[in-house]
Ligand binder design. Structure first.
Ligand SMILES: [Zn+2]
Length: 485
């Protein structure tokens, strides 16, 4: 049975960035997410090419969360002719202004850097590998500027979780908690009227759900029925990792860092891992296990993510939400410091001995983390605190595999004397078992499951499992291919 709608995936079809899905019904056209392609400079160049969508005729745009691969191109909408409303959760709405403004500033900087050959980069070298010339970066293009961000923000309507809002003729929307990051939500669309009403559920990115495990964020919402589900598959081929010992691993690292006065560099993504790590460190503090170690959150965006959770406890696990509502501050401890400017960031670089710096980027290939690495990677008292996925041939993976020197854009080639440690169990994405469990809870089986936001092997592996174990009909659409559902 079909529900009389057509879906077109203009990004995140067989890949993990550039989320952009067009929903067409007889009466309405809606875009779900308008994210950036990320990764290589070639991926970035794809952002300047608008997808073949008549933006002027769209009724509405729905944003699932404030990660750049889901929201990063929203501020292109005014120049593409879009005149309608943009819907996001109230928490995401609050975060989007900062995300889009900083993206506009970053683009401006990048255009200058690429034109003047000053783009920051780094390279970890194994024994026998020689330092080489700077990589060739293609020219960067600006996608939007601050006035576009202002126009975009004016078009956004913040909607609380679980509240129904009409967004187009015969289409209503309810945001459901995704358990992924502060503000992240699945979009539940109800299309049609009377007996012809049908439901489409877009998960956006879906958080893990481990019953009984320590968790900062609330478990994702489990819909009981939906005719069509569009599900992310980032971790579609990865088995769930059980890390009951996350706190104990972290406690041992912290104790060692305090005793040996280590400078700990923890690469984090500003929305997600930063808050999860601060939560775990706050738990250690409550147990008297921080040994006075200072922790610096070197990312204004990560700080906003923390503050967002105080304003929106509905995204928090029930026990933590109750503490916030009672006026407590479960994400605070006296040694936690917010670093809000580049000047402060440079200052902590010089002064931290026996402390933890949380900074971006999470893949150690950009942002203040690059500067911290250049400052300290040759010190044996520097510890890189890693966790979760790192790109196979990325900086962090190469260091873990024994790279001996690091080359930076300043021209310096520095011996790597820093050591590494890993702490797991802090992923913001559901693993394969989580996703299967999520579908198992449907009371009525969806007539169609569509997999996006995962590499080809990841979504193929998840589709095979969903077919075998739950007899679900799965589609894996190619980019731009219309899919009648
Ligand atoms: Zn995300």
């Amino acid at each position: 049975m079909t529900i009389g709608a057509t879906l077109e995936f203009h990004g995140a079809a067989g890949e993990v960035t550039g989320s952009c899905t067009l929903v067409r019904t007889d009466k309405a056209r809606i875009l779900i997410d308008f994210g950036m392609f990320q990764g290589s400079p070639e991926d970035e160049a794809r952002n300047a090419v608008a997808p073949p969508i008549d933006f002027a005729s769209l009724d509405a745009v729905v944003v699932t969360h404030a990660h750049i691969d889901h929201c990063g191109r929203l501020a292109m909408l005014p120049s593409l002719g879009f005149k309608g409303r943009i819907y996001a959760t109230t928490a995401t709405h609050e975060l989007l202004g900062r995300v889009l403004r900083s993206s506009a500033r970053l683009q401006r900087g990048r255009v200058y850097e690429r034109a003047s050959g000053t783009s920051p980069w780094s390279r970890a070298l194994f024994a026998g590998e020689e330092p080489g010339p700077a990589p060739k970066f293609p020219p960067a293009q600006r996608l939007f500027d601050i006035p576009d961000v202002r126009d975009t923000m004016d078009a956004i309507e913040g909607v609380p979780l679980d509240r129904e809002v009409k967004i187009a003729p015969l289409v209503s929307l309810v945001f459901r908690n995704a358990g992924h990051t502060p503000g992240a939500a699945g979009a539940e669309l109800t299309v049609g009227a009377g007996a012809a009403r049908r439901r489409l559920y877009f998960t956006g990115d879906l958080g893990p759900h481990r019953a009984g495990a320590v968790s900062l964020l609330a478990a994702p919402h489990h819909p009981v029925d939906a005719d069509v589900v569009v599900v992310e598959s980032t971790n579609g081929e990865r088995p769930r990792k059980v890390h009951a010992d996350t706190d104990e691993t972290l406690a041992a690292i912290v104790a060692d860092a305090a005793r040996r006065k280590l400078k700990v560099l923890a690469p984090v993504f500003a929305l997600g891992r930063a808050q999860l790590l601060v939560h775990r460190l706050a738990r250690l503090h409550a147990r008297g296990l921080m040994h006075g170690l200072n922790v610096y959150v070197d990312s204004p965006m990560a700080v906003h993510g923390i503050e967002s959770l105080y304003r929106h406890p509905e995204y928090l696990a029930p026990d933590i939400a109750a503490a916030v509502r009672a006026g407590e501050a479960p994400l605070w401890f006296p040694e936690l410091h917010y670093v809000l400017s580049k000047r402060e960031s440079m200052a902590i670089d010089r002064m931290v001995h026996g402390g933890i710096i949380l900074a971006g980027s999470g893949f150690m290939d950009a942002g203040p983390m690059l500067r911290h690495l250049e400052e300290s990677i040759d010190r044996p008292d520097c510890l890189l605190l890693l966790g979760g996925y790192q790109p196979e041939d990325g900086f962090a993976s190469r260091i873990e595999r024994g790279a001996e020197r690091a080359q930076f854009s300043s021209g310096k080639v520095i011996p790597i004397r820093a050591t590494t440690a890993r702490v797991e169990g802090l992923s913001g994405h559901a693993y394969q078992e989580d996703l299967i469990e999520w579908f198992r809870r449907f009371k009525a089986k969806p007539s169609r499951v569509v997999l996006n936001h995962g590499t080809e092997p990841a979504r193929a592996a998840l589709a095979a499992k969903l077919r075998d174990e739950l007899a679900l009909e799965c589609a894996l659409p190619a980019r731009g291919e219309p899919l009648a559902v």
